[in-house]
Ligand binder design. Structure first.
Ligand SMILES: [Zn+2]
Length: 356
């Protein structure tokens, strides 16, 4: 698989002055970056556009910013390879429709790709934001040296992405890789997806906040430190993490639950895929020191594939790593989509019989 990807690359006509534009619609604000074929960041813009505003305004402002950036780099002698957009939610790849998005209310069944293409007059690649982040980490981050990886993005929710042979694995319609909804506790808390006890209910920022509230309300084991923090300044997953770092037992137990849930899911993924690398990113991954010991202990207990590969005589060790690109992973991944498409097209046209 490696050789195949390389040969596609060699046949591509890209060079360092080519650039692609990656867009991240997943955060609070709209972010746009121009990246060259080697992964060098040419320019990054964080706009004032809050993505929670009406969709037409967001799309219009996004397209203006993309056009301004593209024009600037074209004047500097660059060639635009394409535009990739990472969007939170469930995407239908064939139609470029956003089917559902908890972060973008009012965007359901909105033809996002078509709208952007119409305004820009160029082809656009739409991708789920967690898939884009996984591709970004594969290209330039923790996964640079492997061809295949799985990534979990622990943010407000839990996103997932599977990269095989350097490309996102989409499944039938583009909805594969919803790893945040792998079930950890069959009768656990209700999840927004309709199921119960999903990973997202234990390893997201929202879940950490919920578990902290539950601890404060718990009758058997009061949580005075958490209650004090909550009364004083409210709390976020970061404040719970700070408490855990300062030695608060209740906060540490919460991160123990985070680690256990992650370990259960990673063990399943490792046993299923036997990939060389599993990457953990997103804001909650900042608390790595607090949850990773339990996570790794759980993986060792539950995954015989992990244990077997850790003593593999010819290398082939399963690596569980922290993401390296922070919130830029999705931007780089979105840009990478455009280069990958170009490589595929050049490759496909090279295979076509010549016309006489
Ligand atoms: Zn779920």
């Amino acid at each position: 698989m490696k050789a195949k990807v390389k040969s596609k690359k060699e046949k591509g006509k890209q060079n360092a002055s080519d650039f692609a534009i990656g867009v991240d619609l997943g955060g609070t604000n709209l972010r746009i970056a121009a990246v060259d074929e080697r992964g060098k960041l040419r320019e990054k813009i964080t706009t004032e556009t809050r993505v929670a505003r009406p969709r037409d305004e967001v799309i219009a402002e996004m397209c203006l910013a993309i056009q301004a950036l593209a024009t600037k780099l074209k004047h500097a002698g660059g060639k635009l390879a394409g535009v990739g957009v990472g969007v939170p939610g469930i995407i239908d790849l064939a139609s470029g429709m956003l089917r559902e998005s908890p972060n973008l209310p009012g965007w359901e069944d909105y033809p996002v790709r078509q709208e952007i293409e119409r305004r820009l007059g160029t082809r656009v690649l739409l991708e789920n934001d967690a898939n884009a982040a996984a591709l970004g980490e594969k290209w330039l981050g923790a996964g640079r040296k492997v061809d295949d990886l799985c990534m979990l993005t622990l943010g407000t929710g839990v996103g997932g992405g599977i990269v095989l042979g350097g490309r996102i694995w989409h499944g039938m319609t583009g909805m594969a890789g919803e790893l945040g909804h792998i079930m950890v506790e069959p009768e656990g808390p209700e999840c927004g997806c309709g199921s119960r006890g999903c990973l997202e209910q234990f390893a997201s920022a929202k879940a950490i906040e919920r578990m902290a509230r539950e601890a404060i309300a718990g009758r058997n084991a009061p949580a005075p430190a958490l209650a004090r923090v909550a009364a004083k300044r409210g709390f976020s997953s970061q404040t719970v993490c700070q408490l855990a770092e300062s030695g608060d037992r209740t906060a540490q137990e919460i991160f123990g639950r985070v680690g256990r849930a992650l370990g259960i899911v990673l063990a399943d993924l490792i046993n299923t895929f036997n990939l060389p690398m599993y990457v953990i990113g997103g804001g909650v991954a900042e608390a790595w020191e607090m949850f990773s010991p339990t996570m790794l202990e759980e993986v060792r207990k539950r995954s015989f594939v992990y244990v077997a590969t850790s003593s593999h005589p010819a290398g082939g060790k399963t690596v569980i790593a922290r993401a390296q690109l922070g919130s830029d992973a999705g931007l780089f991944g979105a840009a990478r989509l455009a280069f990958l498409r170009e490589e595929t097209e050049v490759h496909a046209s090279a295979r076509k019989p010549r016309r006489r």
